[in-house]
Design a protein around this ligand. Structure first.
Ligand code: FPP
Length: 240
């Protein structure tokens, strides 16, 4: 097995290019999403294999609700089906499954299945797989600010003092509370932007862009990103 000097604790992926992949293969966009699920499985297995502790995936943004209704429905159905199909795999491989995002916008049936899958895998510790669903970075910061403001109103002294004493204290209000910030963010398909993803948490993430379309991003490509990361010099704004 490839020897990686420095393995990122948290790898996050903006999975992009399913539609283009389908187009290139003369198929409907939905076929690209279905093939994309195979890449989700391949990268999850690779994350376990190489010792990554957190793998998070940007599966559906708040903005994605604006896609044609049939595509949104097909994506949600695929999410539902994939989750049920993978539960056994999560349990057998020690994978904790978490969904983060604006859950109120998801249907009851999907929400129930998510809760069930999260509950059944909550004690697993080999890899935490985080799926961002109906998520956007600005929404996350706004909901955190609202919850923080509510806490100040309810306990004016405690909440204010806590934040002053702990500069990272705001993190606890974000939906990612308890999850380390991503060390490495990968985006596939040649686009070079964050697209409203983890805006707060990405402050010092290393970014990796590749032209490979998501359905073609498998273990080999995942490993290339890890090897690239292991050569990076992270200074967090300081000098060495
Ligand atoms: C981006 O490609 C991909 C998405 C918006 C959806 C990602 C979803 C999956 C891979 C399927 C299910 C996921 C899980 C976690 C089971 P695009 O449609 O924006 O492609 P394009 O830019 O080429 O049009």
């Amino acid at each position: 097995m490839e020897n990686i000097e420095k393995v990122p604790v948290h790898v996050s992926i903006i999975m992009d290019g399913n539609g283009r992949w389908a187009g290139e293969h003369g198929m409907e966009r939905a076929a690209g999403h279905i093939e994309g699920v195979e890449s989700v499985r391949a990268c999850t297995e690779a994350a376990v294999k190489y010792g990554v502790k957190y793998l998070s995936l940007y599966a559906f943004s708040e903005e994605n609700w604006g896609r044609p209704r049939e595509e949104v429905e097909a994506l949600m159905a695929l999410m539902f089906k994939s989750m049920l199909a993978e539960l056994r795999n999560f349990l057998d491989n020690g994978i904790r499954f978490i969904v983060l995002g604006h859950r109120e916008r998801l249907g009851d049936e999907l929400n129930r299945a998510i809760d069930d899958c999260m509950e059944k895998t909550r004690d697993n510790g080999r890899l935490t797989l985080v799926i961002f669903l109906s998520y956007s970075g600005k929404w996350d910061i706004m909901q955190a600010a609202r919850r923080y403001a509510m806490e100040i109103l309810e306990h004016p002294d405690e909440a204010g003092v806590r934040l002053e004493m702990d500069p990272d204290g705001f993190d606890r209000y974000l939906v990612t509370a308890g999850i380390p910030d991503p060390d490495l963010i990968i985006r596939t398909s040649g686009e070079m932007r964050l697209s409203n993803y983890m805006l707060w948490q990405a402050a010092y993430s290393e970014l990796y862009f590749t032209d490979i379309l998501w359905p073609d991003f498998r273990e080999k490509e995942f490993l290339s990103a890890l090897l690239d990361y292991s050569k990076r010099d992270r200074r967090y704004g300081k000098v060495k």
